[in-house]
Design a protein around this ligand. Sequence first.
Ligand SMILES: [Zn+2]
Length: 318
Amino acid sequence: MSRKPLLAAVGAALLTFIAGTTTARAASLPFALKSIGPGVYAAIDGPEDQAGSNAGFIVGETGVVVVDAFFSPAAAKALLAEIRRITPLPIRYVVNTHYHADHTGGDAVFREAGATIIAHRNVRGWVRTENINLLGGAGIKPAYRMLVEGLALPDQGVSGDLTLWLGDRRVEVRSVKGHTGGDLVVAVPDAHVLFCGDMVWWRVSPNVIDGTVADWMASVAGFAAASDAAETRFVPGHGELADVSDVRDFGAYLQLLSKETAAARANGLSGEALVAAVLPKLKAVYGGWEAFDYFAPKEIGFMAAELAGTKRRPVPAP
Ligand SMILES: [Zn+2]
């Protein structure tokens, strides 16, 4: 199976968005819905990347929590329809793991269904601005700009941890550091499930455009060191369901990226020469990961900027 790089995927999802013709009961869903615990489901993006990212939901006694909303509102509508096939309970919340448009594009679908949109407190200031940078900056396509400027804003901001109760069922929303400066993960302790958003990627080269890899490595090590890690299903932002060994593999990728970039800097390299020196070392181990050729050279540049102290990152609003 090969997936297109994120921006190509976003393009495919955008076509669906603009056309607005995909029905909620399309013959084939844009994701695979997987039961990963009692009343806990992961929606794993299909091979054509029509949804744009992974998502999921948790059913409790008193309602439903959705985690992430894909890029494509059509895919979000399809997920809403799948939820409705499973339970008539209200959709109480949609939790965004971060502001990136491939995880927030369908928020309005769940808000219209009655959900409160919860995100890290920084997301509200970034969702309609920083996504311009994510999707091409000054040269962003007009259709992308239209999409970004129409994204729903969160209703509730989280800067630490938040516990949501669905009757007796406890859902833990946790602030973590690494991918964007406004990241949440969602744990379902009774089912040993952790929705990781883009804090974990499964055999897909990650986008570190907004990342702080030093923090990210520590967060991923923390996921793998949890007392129930061996029995936990980890839902990554992109790629298939992960277990703790996959999470450790992803952490090792970040470590190699950091280590080899630091070594190249220590050898006096910078710019394209640094990328040319580091890329083969990453490729030797991870060249088979999806989107490696697209993302890895950019990641090395971002990593070098982080180590040099010149990395551009989104700035939190007051
Ligand atoms: Zn992301």
